[in-house]
Write a protein that binds this ligand. Structure first.
Ligand code: SAM
Length: 251
């Protein structure tokens, strides 16, 4: 079933008024007819809607069932990702949005190869956000996670320190005890920051600063994972733990 995201201003009583590119997509690409149903996600919930009226510039989607399906996790995972080379961050964004991440924060780290000037950062961020939107639609999310501006390591530490839990998968960490313990600390309503390094990994100073910011430094196993593998594994690990142990809702 198709899923469209609107902001709260689109809500008109028991309906949504949809215009712009989604109006065009529904009417001219999907050629939906009066009575056809689709999901409308607004302010974090998704309602089942029925096409009620088609105008030249806007259509009316009548709400059939509010809060029809909640696909959001009871824990908000924020991925802090050391800027990887090339277009790897696009893959990381797509996969972690599918896995339920609440937000993605690109981070400049000492061993990042990719250096972006302000103009490139702005252009990349727009592309990254559109990838997040597409992945949110495809995976039937209730919300579109935000890809924030690129942060310095110092800014990332300040933001991560505000989280209820801050996990740092570190390639030189050994043993799974800390990983197990970190998972056991997750509770509904929590915000959890996960910081994954770039291809070059962390330097010792960065790990020290992360510990000072309250990080639990964890292992993702005995092998060295690529940055994109580590990001997906870490978010996936948290998601599965939460879905299996904390989410009382039915699938
Ligand atoms: N340059 C590092 C090396 O060769 O040891 C590898 C860095 S790895 C490509 C990129 C990031 O993935 C790491 O900084 C870490 O955040 C994460 N990572 C990879 N393997 C991991 C593991 N076994 N345990 C925890 N984190 C891991």
């Amino acid at each position: 079933m198709y899923n469209f995201f609107v902001d709260e201003r689109a809500r008109v009583g028991g309906s949504f008024s949809i215009s712009g590119k989604d109006h065009n997509h529904i009417c001219n690409v999907l050629r939906m007819q009066i009575g056809d149903t689709f999901l409308v996600s607004c302010a974090g919930t998704s309602s089942l809607c029925r096409l009620k009226f088609i105008g030249d510039d806007a259509l009316e989607a009548e709400i059939v069932e509010e809060d029809y399906r909640n696909t959001e996790l009871p824990v908000r995972f924020y991925l802090f990702q050391g800027l990887p080379k090339g277009d790897k961050l696009e893959l990381i964004i797509q996969k972690t949005v599918e896995l339920g991440v609440a937000g993605i924060i690109p981070v400049e780290m000492s061993r990042c190869v990719m250096k972006l000037d302000d103009k490139k950062k702005k252009a990349r961020r727009e592309r990254w956000q559109s990838i997040a939107e597409s992945a949110a639609k495809q995976s039937k999310r209730n919300v579109i996670p935000e890809v924030s501006d690129v942060m310095t390591y110092k800014q990332a530490m300040e933001k991560a320190a505000e989280m209820d839990l801050f996990l740092v998968p570190y390639e030189n960490e050994r043993g799974m005890a800390e990983t197990r313990e970190a998972l056991s600390r997750m509770k509904p309503g929590m915000s959890v920051g996960i910081l994954v390094g770039p291809e070059g990994g962390f330097d010792e100073k960065e790990i020290e600063l992360a510990r000072q910011a309250g990080a639990a430094v964890i292992s993702l196993g005995k092998r060295i994972l690529r940055a994109e593998t580590a990001a997906v594994t870490a978010v996936g690990l948290g998601m599965l733990h939460v879905e299996m142990n904390l989410d009382g809702g039915e699938q």
